[in-house]
Design a protein around this ligand. Structure first.
Ligand code: TNX
Length: 524
Protein backbone atom coordinates (compact mmCIF):
# COMPACT_ATOMS: atom_id res chain seq x y z
CA UNK A 1 0.00 0.00 0.00
CA UNK A 2 1.61 3.30 -1.01
CA UNK A 3 1.83 5.81 1.81
CA UNK A 4 -0.41 8.77 1.10
CA UNK A 5 0.90 10.75 4.03
CA UNK A 6 3.75 12.28 2.09
CA UNK A 7 6.16 14.52 4.00
CA UNK A 8 5.12 18.13 4.09
CA UNK A 9 1.41 17.45 3.83
CA UNK A 10 0.43 16.12 0.42
CA UNK A 11 -3.03 16.51 -1.04
CA UNK A 12 -5.10 13.45 -0.36
CA UNK A 13 -6.12 11.70 -3.56
CA UNK A 14 -9.77 11.55 -4.53
CA UNK A 15 -10.79 14.43 -2.30
CA UNK A 16 -11.50 17.10 -4.87
CA UNK A 17 -7.94 18.35 -4.58
CA UNK A 18 -8.71 20.86 -1.83
CA UNK A 19 -7.98 18.78 1.23
CA UNK A 20 -4.56 18.27 2.70
CA UNK A 21 -3.54 15.57 5.09
CA UNK A 22 -0.97 16.41 7.68
CA UNK A 23 2.38 14.74 7.92
CA UNK A 24 2.47 12.50 10.99
CA UNK A 25 5.24 14.65 12.45
CA UNK A 26 3.43 17.99 11.94
CA UNK A 27 3.05 18.20 15.70
CA UNK A 28 4.43 20.54 18.38
CA UNK A 29 6.03 19.38 20.60
CA UNK A 30 7.61 16.91 18.21
CA UNK A 31 6.77 13.39 19.41
CA UNK A 32 9.55 11.10 20.60
CA UNK A 33 8.95 8.70 17.74
CA UNK A 34 6.88 8.85 14.56
CA UNK A 35 6.43 6.05 12.01
CA UNK A 36 4.18 6.96 9.06
CA UNK A 37 2.52 4.07 7.24
CA UNK A 38 -0.57 3.31 5.19
CA UNK A 39 -3.36 5.56 4.04
CA UNK A 40 -4.99 8.33 6.03
CA UNK A 41 -7.94 7.50 8.25
CA UNK A 42 -11.04 9.54 7.54
CA UNK A 43 -13.42 10.56 10.28
CA UNK A 44 -17.05 10.81 9.23
CA UNK A 45 -20.58 11.41 10.47
CA UNK A 46 -20.77 7.82 11.70
CA UNK A 47 -17.49 7.86 13.62
CA UNK A 48 -17.81 6.45 17.13
CA UNK A 49 -15.62 7.36 20.08
CA UNK A 50 -14.89 4.13 21.92
CA UNK A 51 -13.87 4.29 25.53
CA UNK A 52 -12.23 1.51 27.49
CA UNK A 53 -15.06 0.08 29.55
CA UNK A 54 -14.69 0.96 33.23
CA UNK A 55 -11.91 3.50 32.67
CA UNK A 56 -12.68 6.94 34.09
CA UNK A 57 -9.36 8.12 32.63
CA UNK A 58 -10.45 7.18 29.12
CA UNK A 59 -13.91 8.67 29.67
CA UNK A 60 -12.40 11.98 30.77
CA UNK A 61 -10.10 12.17 27.77
CA UNK A 62 -12.97 11.21 25.44
CA UNK A 63 -14.99 14.11 26.79
CA UNK A 64 -12.20 16.56 25.95
CA UNK A 65 -11.88 14.97 22.51
CA UNK A 66 -15.54 15.28 21.57
CA UNK A 67 -15.71 18.82 22.98
CA UNK A 68 -12.89 19.70 20.58
CA UNK A 69 -14.16 17.83 17.51
CA UNK A 70 -17.95 18.17 17.58
CA UNK A 71 -18.28 21.92 16.83
CA UNK A 72 -16.04 21.98 13.75
CA UNK A 73 -16.82 18.55 12.28
CA UNK A 74 -20.51 18.79 13.04
CA UNK A 75 -20.40 15.03 13.73
CA UNK A 76 -22.32 13.50 16.61
CA UNK A 77 -19.33 11.43 17.76
CA UNK A 78 -21.25 9.30 20.24
CA UNK A 79 -19.14 7.96 23.09
CA UNK A 80 -19.61 4.21 23.54
CA UNK A 81 -17.82 1.61 25.65
CA UNK A 82 -15.35 -0.67 23.87
CA UNK A 83 -17.33 -3.78 24.79
CA UNK A 84 -20.52 -2.29 23.35
CA UNK A 85 -22.73 -4.35 21.04
CA UNK A 86 -21.58 -2.90 17.76
CA UNK A 87 -17.93 -3.86 18.19
CA UNK A 88 -18.77 -7.15 16.50
CA UNK A 89 -20.15 -5.53 13.36
CA UNK A 90 -17.56 -2.73 13.04
CA UNK A 91 -14.46 -3.91 14.82
CA UNK A 92 -12.27 -1.07 15.97
CA UNK A 93 -13.77 1.54 13.66
CA UNK A 94 -13.72 5.08 14.98
CA UNK A 95 -11.49 6.59 17.64
CA UNK A 96 -10.68 4.35 20.60
CA UNK A 97 -9.28 5.58 23.92
CA UNK A 98 -7.73 2.68 25.79
CA UNK A 99 -5.92 2.29 29.09
CA UNK A 100 -5.52 -1.50 29.02
CA UNK A 101 -2.32 -2.83 27.57
CA UNK A 102 -0.37 0.42 27.79
CA UNK A 103 3.36 -0.17 27.93
CA UNK A 104 4.68 0.84 31.40
CA UNK A 105 7.69 2.34 29.61
CA UNK A 106 5.37 5.16 28.49
CA UNK A 107 5.56 6.54 32.03
CA UNK A 108 3.06 8.90 33.64
CA UNK A 109 2.39 10.98 30.56
CA UNK A 110 3.31 8.87 27.54
CA UNK A 111 0.90 7.55 24.93
CA UNK A 112 0.67 5.70 21.66
CA UNK A 113 -1.44 6.89 18.72
CA UNK A 114 -2.06 4.49 15.84
CA UNK A 115 -4.02 5.40 12.73
CA UNK A 116 -4.71 2.66 10.22
CA UNK A 117 -7.62 1.25 8.26
CA UNK A 118 -10.75 2.84 9.67
CA UNK A 119 -9.48 3.36 13.17
CA UNK A 120 -7.48 5.69 15.34
CA UNK A 121 -6.37 4.12 18.62
CA UNK A 122 -5.11 6.27 21.51
CA UNK A 123 -3.52 4.24 24.28
CA UNK A 124 -1.99 5.35 27.60
CA UNK A 125 -1.80 4.16 31.18
CA UNK A 126 -2.99 7.48 32.57
CA UNK A 127 -5.56 10.18 31.96
CA UNK A 128 -2.71 12.63 31.34
CA UNK A 129 -1.26 10.36 28.67
CA UNK A 130 -4.62 10.09 26.92
CA UNK A 131 -5.13 13.86 27.11
CA UNK A 132 -1.77 14.33 25.38
CA UNK A 133 -2.81 11.77 22.74
CA UNK A 134 -5.97 13.80 22.13
CA UNK A 135 -3.88 16.96 21.62
CA UNK A 136 -1.66 15.13 19.13
CA UNK A 137 -4.68 13.85 17.22
CA UNK A 138 -6.07 17.39 17.17
CA UNK A 139 -2.91 18.73 15.50
CA UNK A 140 -2.97 15.88 12.97
CA UNK A 141 -6.41 16.99 11.77
CA UNK A 142 -6.75 19.99 9.41
CA UNK A 143 -6.60 23.50 10.97
CA UNK A 144 -10.34 23.86 10.36
CA UNK A 145 -10.81 21.54 13.32
CA UNK A 146 -10.12 24.59 15.51
CA UNK A 147 -13.19 26.44 14.25
CA UNK A 148 -16.15 26.81 16.59
CA UNK A 149 -18.73 26.23 13.84
CA UNK A 150 -19.22 23.41 11.32
CA UNK A 151 -16.60 23.17 8.57
CA UNK A 152 -16.66 21.11 5.36
CA UNK A 153 -13.82 18.66 6.06
CA UNK A 154 -12.77 16.06 4.96
CA UNK A 155 -11.26 15.04 8.29
CA UNK A 156 -8.17 13.01 7.52
CA UNK A 157 -5.66 11.66 10.03
CA UNK A 158 -2.33 10.57 8.53
CA UNK A 159 -1.67 6.83 8.81
CA UNK A 160 1.00 5.42 11.10
CA UNK A 161 2.11 5.21 14.68
CA UNK A 162 3.24 7.85 17.17
CA UNK A 163 4.90 6.75 20.38
CA UNK A 164 5.54 9.60 22.71
CA UNK A 165 6.59 10.61 26.20
CA UNK A 166 8.11 13.78 27.68
CA UNK A 167 11.77 14.49 28.32
CA UNK A 168 10.98 16.52 31.47
CA UNK A 169 8.13 15.99 33.94
CA UNK A 170 7.49 19.72 34.38
CA UNK A 171 6.56 21.93 31.47
CA UNK A 172 5.21 25.17 32.86
CA UNK A 173 3.93 28.58 31.92
CA UNK A 174 3.80 31.50 34.33
CA UNK A 175 1.12 34.13 34.07
CA UNK A 176 1.43 37.36 36.09
CA UNK A 177 -2.09 38.31 37.12
CA UNK A 178 -0.74 40.76 39.72
CA UNK A 179 0.66 43.58 37.54
CA UNK A 180 -2.49 43.43 35.42
CA UNK A 181 -5.43 41.39 36.61
CA UNK A 182 -6.74 38.72 34.23
CA UNK A 183 -10.29 37.38 34.58
CA UNK A 184 -11.14 33.74 35.24
CA UNK A 185 -12.21 33.42 31.59
CA UNK A 186 -8.92 34.86 30.37
CA UNK A 187 -6.91 32.48 32.51
CA UNK A 188 -9.01 29.56 31.29
CA UNK A 189 -8.46 30.70 27.71
CA UNK A 190 -4.73 30.63 28.33
CA UNK A 191 -5.03 27.13 29.79
CA UNK A 192 -6.62 25.97 26.52
CA UNK A 193 -3.62 27.26 24.61
CA UNK A 194 -1.13 25.68 27.03
CA UNK A 195 -2.77 22.25 27.01
CA UNK A 196 -2.55 22.20 23.21
CA UNK A 197 1.25 22.09 23.55
CA UNK A 198 1.30 19.59 26.45
CA UNK A 199 2.31 22.25 28.96
CA UNK A 200 1.25 20.65 32.23
CA UNK A 201 1.71 23.38 34.84
CA UNK A 202 0.19 26.85 35.07
CA UNK A 203 2.15 28.99 37.53
CA UNK A 204 -0.04 31.88 38.64
CA UNK A 205 1.89 34.87 40.00
CA UNK A 206 -0.95 35.90 42.31
CA UNK A 207 0.61 38.69 44.34
CA UNK A 208 2.98 41.56 43.81
CA UNK A 209 3.46 45.19 44.77
CA UNK A 210 0.68 46.28 42.44
CA UNK A 211 -2.04 43.90 43.60
CA UNK A 212 -3.06 40.94 45.75
CA UNK A 213 -5.32 38.70 43.65
CA UNK A 214 -6.53 35.82 45.81
CA UNK A 215 -9.04 35.74 48.64
CA UNK A 216 -7.53 34.46 51.91
CA UNK A 217 -9.99 33.57 54.69
CA UNK A 218 -9.41 35.72 57.76
CA UNK A 219 -7.59 38.48 55.84
CA UNK A 220 -10.41 40.20 53.93
CA UNK A 221 -8.57 43.48 53.33
CA UNK A 222 -6.12 41.68 51.01
CA UNK A 223 -8.82 41.58 48.38
CA UNK A 224 -10.95 44.52 49.56
CA UNK A 225 -7.98 46.90 49.56
CA UNK A 226 -4.92 45.10 48.22
CA UNK A 227 -6.61 44.04 44.99
CA UNK A 228 -7.94 47.45 43.99
CA UNK A 229 -4.83 48.52 42.08
CA UNK A 230 -2.80 47.45 39.07
CA UNK A 231 -0.06 48.85 36.86
CA UNK A 232 -1.17 52.06 35.19
CA UNK A 233 -4.00 52.76 37.63
CA UNK A 234 -6.65 50.35 36.34
CA UNK A 235 -9.23 48.76 38.62
CA UNK A 236 -7.34 45.54 39.46
CA UNK A 237 -9.39 42.63 40.68
CA UNK A 238 -9.08 39.34 42.50
CA UNK A 239 -10.26 35.76 42.61
CA UNK A 240 -12.65 34.53 45.24
CA UNK A 241 -11.97 31.04 46.52
CA UNK A 242 -14.72 29.89 44.11
CA UNK A 243 -13.04 31.65 41.18
CA UNK A 244 -9.75 30.02 42.02
CA UNK A 245 -11.44 26.63 42.31
CA UNK A 246 -12.97 27.18 38.85
CA UNK A 247 -9.53 27.87 37.37
CA UNK A 248 -8.02 24.84 39.11
CA UNK A 249 -10.82 22.54 37.94
CA UNK A 250 -10.78 23.81 34.35
CA UNK A 251 -7.04 23.34 34.18
CA UNK A 252 -7.18 19.89 35.75
CA UNK A 253 -9.70 18.73 33.15
CA UNK A 254 -7.09 19.60 30.54
CA UNK A 255 -4.18 17.98 32.33
CA UNK A 256 -2.79 21.26 33.68
CA UNK A 257 -1.82 21.60 37.35
CA UNK A 258 -2.04 25.05 38.90
CA UNK A 259 1.03 26.22 40.84
CA UNK A 260 -0.04 29.23 42.93
CA UNK A 261 2.59 31.81 43.83
CA UNK A 262 2.48 34.35 46.61
CA UNK A 263 5.64 36.39 46.33
CA UNK A 264 7.37 36.71 49.74
CA UNK A 265 8.88 38.56 51.57
CA UNK A 266 9.43 41.24 48.88
CA UNK A 267 7.00 42.24 46.13
CA UNK A 268 4.55 42.74 48.99
CA UNK A 269 3.39 46.35 48.78
CA UNK A 270 -0.25 45.46 48.12
CA UNK A 271 -0.38 43.29 51.24
CA UNK A 272 1.26 46.08 53.27
CA UNK A 273 -1.30 48.62 52.07
CA UNK A 274 -4.04 46.25 53.22
CA UNK A 275 -2.41 45.31 56.54
CA UNK A 276 0.05 47.98 57.77
CA UNK A 277 0.88 45.80 60.80
CA UNK A 278 2.94 43.69 58.41
CA UNK A 279 5.40 46.58 58.01
CA UNK A 280 8.12 47.16 60.61
CA UNK A 281 7.00 50.73 61.40
CA UNK A 282 3.29 49.92 61.23
CA UNK A 283 2.66 52.67 58.68
CA UNK A 284 0.72 51.83 55.53
CA UNK A 285 2.66 52.58 52.34
CA UNK A 286 1.03 54.24 49.34
CA UNK A 287 -0.62 51.89 46.82
CA UNK A 288 1.77 51.25 43.94
CA UNK A 289 0.93 51.25 40.24
CA UNK A 290 4.38 51.66 38.69
CA UNK A 291 6.77 48.98 37.43
CA UNK A 292 9.80 49.26 39.69
CA UNK A 293 10.81 46.21 41.75
CA UNK A 294 12.57 45.40 44.99
CA UNK A 295 11.38 48.18 47.32
CA UNK A 296 8.89 46.43 49.62
CA UNK A 297 9.06 43.72 52.26
CA UNK A 298 7.04 42.08 54.99
CA UNK A 299 8.61 42.75 58.37
CA UNK A 300 10.67 39.64 58.99
CA UNK A 301 10.99 40.29 62.75
CA UNK A 302 7.31 40.48 63.67
CA UNK A 303 5.35 37.43 64.75
CA UNK A 304 2.26 38.64 62.93
CA UNK A 305 4.17 38.17 59.69
CA UNK A 306 4.36 34.44 60.32
CA UNK A 307 0.70 34.26 61.40
CA UNK A 308 -0.10 35.92 58.10
CA UNK A 309 2.17 33.76 55.95
CA UNK A 310 0.96 30.62 57.73
CA UNK A 311 -2.67 31.45 57.00
CA UNK A 312 -1.87 32.29 53.38
CA UNK A 313 0.13 29.12 52.83
CA UNK A 314 -2.50 26.90 54.45
CA UNK A 315 -5.34 28.52 52.49
CA UNK A 316 -3.52 28.11 49.20
CA UNK A 317 -2.54 24.53 49.99
CA UNK A 318 -6.13 23.66 50.86
CA UNK A 319 -7.40 25.14 47.59
CA UNK A 320 -4.71 23.55 45.43
CA UNK A 321 -4.74 19.85 44.58
CA UNK A 322 -1.35 20.08 42.86
CA UNK A 323 1.93 19.22 44.49
CA UNK A 324 3.60 22.62 44.34
CA UNK A 325 3.29 25.86 46.27
CA UNK A 326 5.42 28.78 45.07
CA UNK A 327 6.52 31.29 47.71
CA UNK A 328 8.38 33.70 45.44
CA UNK A 329 11.51 34.90 47.20
CA UNK A 330 12.93 36.99 44.36
CA UNK A 331 14.41 40.44 44.51
CA UNK A 332 14.12 40.90 48.27
CA UNK A 333 16.34 43.92 47.91
CA UNK A 334 15.40 45.76 51.10
CA UNK A 335 16.03 42.80 53.41
CA UNK A 336 19.58 41.85 54.30
CA UNK A 337 20.80 38.42 53.33
CA UNK A 338 20.58 37.44 56.98
CA UNK A 339 16.98 38.67 57.35
CA UNK A 340 15.98 36.89 54.15
CA UNK A 341 17.48 33.64 55.40
CA UNK A 342 15.75 33.97 58.76
CA UNK A 343 12.43 34.57 57.03
CA UNK A 344 12.71 31.67 54.64
CA UNK A 345 13.90 29.26 57.35
CA UNK A 346 10.60 29.93 59.11
CA UNK A 347 8.44 29.87 56.00
CA UNK A 348 9.78 26.69 54.38
CA UNK A 349 8.55 24.53 57.31
CA UNK A 350 5.12 26.19 57.05
CA UNK A 351 4.93 24.95 53.46
CA UNK A 352 6.29 21.56 54.41
CA UNK A 353 3.58 21.22 57.08
CA UNK A 354 0.92 21.45 54.36
CA UNK A 355 2.43 18.46 52.53
CA UNK A 356 3.26 20.57 49.48
CA UNK A 357 6.60 20.89 47.76
CA UNK A 358 7.94 24.43 48.07
CA UNK A 359 8.94 26.25 44.90
CA UNK A 360 10.73 29.57 44.91
CA UNK A 361 12.73 31.78 42.60
CA UNK A 362 16.38 30.77 42.46
CA UNK A 363 17.37 33.05 45.38
CA UNK A 364 15.54 30.61 47.68
CA UNK A 365 17.42 27.49 46.68
CA UNK A 366 20.59 27.97 48.79
CA UNK A 367 18.40 28.05 51.92
CA UNK A 368 16.68 24.73 51.24
CA UNK A 369 18.18 21.79 53.16
CA UNK A 370 17.20 19.22 50.55
CA UNK A 371 17.18 15.45 51.11
CA UNK A 372 20.91 15.32 51.86
CA UNK A 373 20.40 17.98 54.51
CA UNK A 374 17.49 16.15 56.12
CA UNK A 375 14.74 18.15 54.42
CA UNK A 376 12.27 17.70 51.60
CA UNK A 377 13.02 18.48 47.97
CA UNK A 378 12.61 22.18 47.20
CA UNK A 379 12.31 23.42 43.65
CA UNK A 380 14.13 26.56 42.58
CA UNK A 381 13.13 28.51 39.51
CA UNK A 382 16.24 29.58 37.61
CA UNK A 383 15.73 33.00 36.05
CA UNK A 384 18.89 35.13 36.23
CA UNK A 385 20.70 34.98 32.88
CA UNK A 386 24.19 33.54 32.99
CA UNK A 387 26.12 31.24 35.24
CA UNK A 388 24.73 30.00 38.56
CA UNK A 389 26.45 30.84 41.82
CA UNK A 390 28.04 28.12 43.90
CA UNK A 391 25.43 28.11 46.74
CA UNK A 392 22.77 27.23 44.20
CA UNK A 393 24.84 24.36 42.80
CA UNK A 394 25.49 23.15 46.34
CA UNK A 395 21.74 23.11 46.96
CA UNK A 396 21.18 20.98 43.86
CA UNK A 397 23.89 18.64 45.11
CA UNK A 398 21.78 18.21 48.27
CA UNK A 399 18.96 16.85 46.10
CA UNK A 400 16.92 19.94 45.39
CA UNK A 401 15.70 20.51 41.83
CA UNK A 402 15.45 23.34 39.39
CA UNK A 403 12.94 24.56 36.83
CA UNK A 404 14.70 26.41 34.05
CA UNK A 405 13.25 29.73 32.95
CA UNK A 406 16.33 31.81 32.13
CA UNK A 407 15.18 35.33 31.36
CA UNK A 408 17.22 35.56 28.16
CA UNK A 409 15.28 32.68 26.54
CA UNK A 410 12.13 31.94 28.54
CA UNK A 411 10.84 35.33 29.67
CA UNK A 412 8.20 35.86 27.06
CA UNK A 413 7.48 39.34 28.37
CA UNK A 414 10.73 40.40 26.65
CA UNK A 415 10.20 42.18 23.35
CA UNK A 416 10.69 40.13 20.19
CA UNK A 417 12.86 42.87 18.75
CA UNK A 418 13.69 46.58 18.98
CA UNK A 419 10.57 48.70 18.83
CA UNK A 420 8.06 45.92 19.52
CA UNK A 421 5.05 47.69 21.05
CA UNK A 422 4.63 45.33 24.01
CA UNK A 423 7.06 43.98 26.57
CA UNK A 424 10.23 44.88 28.43
CA UNK A 425 13.85 44.50 27.37
CA UNK A 426 15.94 44.24 30.53
CA UNK A 427 17.06 40.72 29.54
CA UNK A 428 17.48 41.65 25.87
CA UNK A 429 15.28 40.87 22.89
CA UNK A 430 13.95 37.34 22.54
CA UNK A 431 13.18 36.23 19.03
CA UNK A 432 11.26 33.09 18.14
CA UNK A 433 14.50 31.21 17.55
CA UNK A 434 15.98 32.51 20.84
CA UNK A 435 13.04 31.07 22.79
CA UNK A 436 13.54 27.67 21.14
CA UNK A 437 17.28 27.31 20.62
CA UNK A 438 18.57 26.47 24.09
CA UNK A 439 18.89 23.33 26.11
CA UNK A 440 17.66 23.27 29.72
CA UNK A 441 20.28 20.66 30.66
CA UNK A 442 23.31 22.57 29.36
CA UNK A 443 22.23 26.22 29.63
CA UNK A 444 23.81 26.81 33.03
CA UNK A 445 27.25 25.55 33.85
CA UNK A 446 27.07 22.94 36.59
CA UNK A 447 23.33 22.28 36.19
CA UNK A 448 22.74 18.98 34.43
CA UNK A 449 19.83 16.91 33.20
CA UNK A 450 19.39 15.13 36.57
CA UNK A 451 18.96 18.48 38.38
CA UNK A 452 16.32 19.75 35.99
CA UNK A 453 12.68 19.10 36.79
CA UNK A 454 11.65 20.97 33.68
CA UNK A 455 11.15 24.31 31.96
CA UNK A 456 8.86 27.26 32.27
CA UNK A 457 7.83 30.07 29.94
CA UNK A 458 7.27 33.11 32.14
CA UNK A 459 5.16 36.13 31.25
CA UNK A 460 5.25 39.13 33.53
CA UNK A 461 2.51 41.61 32.76
CA UNK A 462 3.82 45.10 33.48
CA UNK A 463 3.08 46.05 29.84
CA UNK A 464 0.37 43.47 29.12
CA UNK A 465 -3.17 44.53 29.93
CA UNK A 466 -5.22 41.53 28.89
CA UNK A 467 -5.15 38.03 27.42
CA UNK A 468 -4.79 39.35 23.87
CA UNK A 469 -1.54 41.04 24.88
CA UNK A 470 -0.36 37.91 26.69
CA UNK A 471 -1.13 35.76 23.64
CA UNK A 472 0.78 38.15 21.39
CA UNK A 473 3.87 37.56 23.52
CA UNK A 474 3.30 33.82 23.98
CA UNK A 475 2.66 33.00 20.33
CA UNK A 476 4.65 31.98 18.46
CA UNK A 477 7.36 31.68 21.15
CA UNK A 478 5.75 29.51 23.84
CA UNK A 479 5.47 26.36 21.68
CA UNK A 480 9.28 26.43 21.38
CA UNK A 481 9.68 26.20 25.14
CA UNK A 482 7.04 23.49 25.28
CA UNK A 483 9.00 21.56 22.66
CA UNK A 484 12.36 21.76 24.41
CA UNK A 485 10.64 20.64 27.59
CA UNK A 486 8.99 17.66 25.90
CA UNK A 487 10.91 16.46 22.86
CA UNK A 488 14.14 14.44 22.92
CA UNK A 489 17.30 16.57 22.89
CA UNK A 490 18.48 14.95 19.66
CA UNK A 491 15.43 16.22 17.77
CA UNK A 492 15.95 19.93 18.50
CA UNK A 493 16.39 21.62 15.14
CA UNK A 494 15.35 25.18 14.36
CA UNK A 495 15.21 24.68 10.57
CA UNK A 496 12.54 21.98 10.74
CA UNK A 497 10.88 23.35 13.87
CA UNK A 498 10.06 26.66 12.18
CA UNK A 499 8.30 24.82 9.34
CA UNK A 500 6.11 23.00 11.86
CA UNK A 501 5.56 26.23 13.77
CA UNK A 502 4.26 27.93 10.64
CA UNK A 503 1.47 25.35 10.51
CA UNK A 504 0.16 26.57 13.87
CA UNK A 505 -0.73 30.05 12.53
CA UNK A 506 -3.98 29.01 10.84
CA UNK A 507 -4.95 27.12 13.99
CA UNK A 508 -4.53 30.24 16.15
CA UNK A 509 -6.53 32.24 13.62
CA UNK A 510 -9.41 29.74 13.71
CA UNK A 511 -9.42 29.79 17.48
CA UNK A 512 -9.10 33.54 17.86
CA UNK A 513 -5.71 33.34 19.58
CA UNK A 514 -3.63 36.46 18.96
CA UNK A 515 -0.06 35.94 17.77
CA UNK A 516 2.83 37.91 16.30
CA UNK A 517 3.56 37.12 12.66
CA UNK A 518 7.29 37.13 13.25
CA UNK A 519 9.42 37.30 10.09
CA UNK A 520 11.45 34.41 11.53
CA UNK A 521 8.65 31.97 10.74
CA UNK A 522 7.74 30.88 7.17
CA UNK A 523 3.99 31.43 7.56
CA UNK A 524 1.84 30.06 4.76
C1 TNX B 1 12.04 40.31 37.18
S1 TNX B 1 11.71 37.49 37.42
C2 TNX B 1 11.15 39.97 38.18
C3 TNX B 1 9.77 40.45 38.10
C4 TNX B 1 9.55 41.34 36.93
C5 TNX B 1 10.25 40.77 35.73
C6 TNX B 1 9.97 41.48 34.46
C7 TNX B 1 11.63 37.77 38.80
C8 TNX B 1 11.81 36.63 39.64
N1 TNX B 1 11.41 39.04 39.15
O1 TNX B 1 9.40 41.10 39.28
O2 TNX B 1 8.20 41.44 36.71
O3 TNX B 1 11.62 40.78 35.98
O4 TNX B 1 10.49 40.81 33.37
Amino acid sequence: VPATAAPGGAAAPGRGGSAAVADLSDVIPLPASVAPSGRPVELGPGTLVRVQAGSPEAAAAAQLLVDLLRPSTGFRLPVVPTDGPDDASRPLSGISLLTDGADPALGDEGYVLEASGRSVVLRAATREGLLHAVQTLRQLLPPAVEARDAQPGPWLVPGGRVEDRPRFAYRGAMLDVARHFMTVEEVQGYVDSLAAYKVNHLHLHLTDDQGWRIEIPGWPRLTEVGAATEVGGGPGGSYTQEDYAAIVAYAAERGVTVVPEVDLPGHANAALVAYPELTCDGVAPEPYTGIEVGFSTLCVDKEVTYDFVGDVVRALAAATPGEYLHIGGDEALVTTEEEYARFMRRVLPLVEATGKTAVGWQELLPLAAGPAGGGPVTVGQYWVPGAPEQPLLDSLARGNRVVMSPADHAYLDMKYAEGFPLGLQWAGFTGVEDAFAWDPATYAEGIGEQDVLGVEAAIFSETLEDLDDVETMAFPRLPGIAEIGWSPRATHDWATYRERLALQGPRWERRGVDYYRSPEVPWA
